[in-house]
Design a protein around this ligand. Structure first.
Ligand SMILES: Cc1cc2nc3c(=O)[nH]c(=O)nc-3n(C[C@H](O)[C@H](O)[C@H](O)COP(=O)(O)OP(=O)(O)OC[C@H]3O[C@@H](n4cnc5c(N)ncnc54)[C@H](O)[C@@H]3O)c2cc1C
Ligand code: FES
Length: 243
């Protein structure tokens, strides 16, 4: 589960957002929606979703928000990353069939795992639509990449690109059977209420160990219990969690 990744390339894809392509020690098939816990500094790790996998190449897309992600954004080709993973449970793409109408909804740093998810669904012959929400035009990334896979709508809060508003302005719940989403908690909370039969949410809350041992990532359940985002998730059925 622990492996050393080698950085192959790094580029800026939007303001403060970096794409890092790395080589895995061995080629792997990885279910979409899973993540890697990447070491930053001597002690800490940061969870980053797997945005794309091609044979032995793995792509991460992340926003610089603090020291850990700044460190990852400063890596150069041939640098090594100590990685734990792939970890967690991904989106249940095996349970989705070609007759179902699927919408993928991503907000900001929640967009990356949906890219590999849509790629794998399209390969299986499932028609998908994507709705991607960002704050402003300069934050938008991977619009063309999603468009190459299916109908894609971009929303920005300030209306500087695409449709003005939050992702929900572009959502037509009656048109979908399955919703797959990842993004900030208020967005997920609002999607939880949408009248769509099957809803799966990927939760990106703060983590410690990443492997179920420290309880840093717990999320309440409607029955008064809790689940661990790292090992029980990060993907949950919408009705399984209280956000
Ligand atoms: C399963 C999972 C997958 C993720 N995938 C991605 C991804 O693909 N791309 C990406 O850009 N980010 C992703 N994240 C979020 C990413 O892990 C955090 O942005 C990162 O850990 C921040 O580390 P840092 O050291 O840069 O910032 P820190 O110095 O740790 O934090 C800086 C500030 O951001 C806040 N913060 C840190 N992490 C979070 C968080 N998860 N949610 C809300 N606020 C936070 C802190 O409270 C602090 O105010 C994911 C998180 C999880 C749990
Ligand atoms: S991060 Fe330690 S239990 Fe989930």
């Amino acid at each position: 589960m622990k492996q050393l990744l080698t950085v192959v390339s790094r580029r800026t894809v939007a303001q403060g957002a970096t794409e890092l392509v790395c080589r895995l020690e061995q080629p792997q098939d990885i279910a979409p929606g899973r993540f890697m816990h990447l070491r930053v500094g001597p002690l800490l790790r940061r969870p980053i979703s797997i945005a794309r996998v091609d044979h032995d190449l793995i792509t991460f897309l992340f926003k610089e928000i603090g020291q850990g992600t700044a460190e990852l954004a400063s890596l150069r080709p041939d640098d090594k990353i100590d990685a734990l993973g792939p970890l967690g449970n991904g989106f249940p793409i095996n349970a989705i069939n070609r007759d179902q109408r699927v919408v993928l909804v991503g907000g900001g740093i929640g967009v990356p795992p949906l890219y590999e998810t849509m790629r794998q669904l399209v390969v299986r012959g499932v028609t998908c639509e994507a709705i991607l929400g960002f704050d402003t035009a300069t934050s938008v990334f991977y619009e063309a990449e999603f468009q190459a896979l299916g109908k894609t709508t971009v929303t920005t809060v300030d209306g500087t690109h695409g449709t003005k508003g939050f992702v929900t302005v572009a959502l037509r719940p009656e048109s979908y059977d399955v919703l797959l989403a990842c993004g900030p908690e208020p967005m997920l909370r609002s999607l939880q209420q949408q009248p769509i039969e099957h809803k799966y949410l990927s939760i990106e809350n703060r983590m410690g160990c990443g492997i179920g041992a420290c309880f840093a990532c717990v999320c309440k359940t409607p029955t008064g219990g809790y689940v661990k985002t790292c090992s029980d998730g990060p993907v949950f059925r919408a009705e399984e969690v209280v956000l």
